[in-house]
Design a protein. Structure first.
Length: 467
């Protein structure tokens, strides 16, 4: 008996040896293919080829009796490692964004005054009634205890009612999760929707947090690149190719951070129809919807079967530091996201949630002043940018402008560092948002005077760069 067992174990080791040697050989072939692609100036990623490889593997797996999910997972791992061997695998770009933030903090600690056009935080103050609600919740006779990880019932009901009134969509409180800002809604939404080696689709340029969260989940990230010359429009054919390759989750930011692009209703509905057909979940980050200056369609206004809607109180109500956001999805998805909240952050403090309830009672005309202020700032920024050696599209919404330098040799990271050190102006380099070395993001979260001063100094730096 023991002899037979040892023989079987030895046979497994021999098989393992063969498998590892074949994998080594496969990676060497992948490197050769990568070099040939580079010589022909071809993209490293070819989703149509990947689709064919996976389909052929699934056919063979079925023929020899392998589990389909296991076969697909093995092939996705092999493809990911092949891309790594070719030097093309997502590494995360948030360092460009947060590195600039840290440099600004360091300069300010030394007494330097910096014009901050890099941070996505509007300088709006929440209304006094919101602070009063928090103070009352913190009264001396109040116990500050844990509450449900899903959020207190009163806030979830208030959010559900607000969604019904705004979008005409019947939402139950068990479809609402209260989170530590919109960022945690994104994070828990991604982790609740995918597993290791699942495919996540991002639209470039993108907020780098999406990529970092997907990397933490050990997913495969695919990208659809958009360009200024085409008004940042999404190529539907490329989305279809990505879906064909096995996308599980697509992330949209609407209006876009950093471009301010609003996805037109017809294009969004076309994406939703294809997602429904391919059983793809859409995570729609709509935290900038309060700053929409053109007609805006939410994913909640479409017939999307599988969605995670993300929003927060930060932009609309001037509550960035309060860290309260929310997600809306199916009860099953919300439960999975709630578990992530339970084991990581426990809950959003109750007094913060009471303040959020109060915020939802504020008259729409009152909070609309924030949107009008941002619209005015967008106009001022665009007027100031005209005449500089930059190309840009006036944003449809949001709080950013994302110009592109007219210089072929422009490197936005170098430019941003020199702009900060010599002109004391901070912007976010384009590399933070994807393959955009000639772009940089200007945040309009500061005063009109600072925006004018900052852009004037940007112009001076561009002249020196040219010289």
């Amino acid at each position: 008996m023991s002899s037979s067992l040892e023989e079987d174990r030895r046979s497994i080791r021999e098989v393992d040896d063969k498998i590892l040697r074949l994998i080594k050989y496969r990676l060497e072939l992948a490197k050769k293919i990568g070099k040939r692609k580079k010589e022909r100036d071809l993209s490293t990623v070819d989703l149509r080829v990947e689709k064919n490889v996976i389909e052929e593997a699934l056919r063979l797996g079925k023929e020899i009796g392998l589990n389909e999910e296991f076969t697909e997972k093995v092939m996705n791992l092999l493809i990911s490692e092949s891309l790594r061997a070719q030097g093309r695998l997502a590494q995360g770009r948030s360092g460009y964004l947060y590195g600039m933030f840290e440099r600004v903090q360091e300069l300010e600690s030394q007494g330097e005054k910096v014009v901050k056009l890099n941070v996505g935080e509007p300088d709006f103050q929440c209304l006094p009634t919101v602070k009063t609600a928090a103070r009352e919740a913190l009264g001396e006779d109040k116990d500050i205890k844990y509450v449900s990880a899903a959020g207190i019932k009163e806030l979830r009901e208030s959010i559900a009612n607000m969604i019904r009134q705004k979008h005409g969509l019947k939402i139950n409180p068990n479809q609402v999760l209260v989170t530590l800002g919109g960022k945690f809604a994104v994070f828990s939404g991604i982790l609740a929707s995918v597993s290791e080696l699942s495919r996540v689709l991002l639209i470039e340029p993108y907020w780098p947090v999406y990529e970092e969260c997907a990397l933490l989940a050990k997913t495969r990230i695919d990208y659809v690149h958009t360009v200024l010359e085409n008004d940042w429009r999404i190529d539907f054919q490329k989305i279809e190719e990505a879906f064909d390759a096995g996308t599980k989750l697509m992330i949209l930011c609407n209006p876009s951070n950093p471009t301010g692009k609003i996805i037109p209703k017809e294009e969004l509905e076309e994406i939703v129809q294809l997602a429904n057909k391919r059983n793809v979940t859409i995570l729609s980050d709509e935290v900038y919807d309060a700053y929409a200056f053109s007609p805006f369609t939410s994913v909640l206004d479409t017939a999307c079967d599988n969605f995670i809607y993300v929003n927060s109180f930060s932009k609309k109500y001037g509550m960035t530091g309060w860290r309260v956001g929310y997600a809306i999805s199916s009860p099953q998805t919300i439960l999975r996201m709630q578990k992530i909240m339970q084991i990581s952050a426990t809950c959003v403090p109750e007094f913060v949630q009471m303040a959020a309830i109060k915020a939802l009672t504020i008259d729409e005309k009152t909070v609309a002043t924030f949107s009008e202020t941002m619209r005015r700032r967008v106009g001022i920024a665009c007027d100031a940018l005209r005449g500089l050696p930059l190309a840009f599209k006036k944003p449809d919404g949001g709080m950013y402008v994302f110009p592109e330098a007219n210089y072929e040799d422009f490197n936005s990271n170098d430019f941003a560092l020199k702009l900060l050190s010599t002109q004391k102006v901070a912007v976010a380099p384009g590399e933070a948002f994807g393959d955009y070395p000639r772009c940089f993001r200007i945040s309009l979260g500061t005063s009109e005077e600072n925006i004018k001063i900052g852009i004037e100094r940007i112009g001076k730096m561009l002249e020196k760069w040219k010289g």
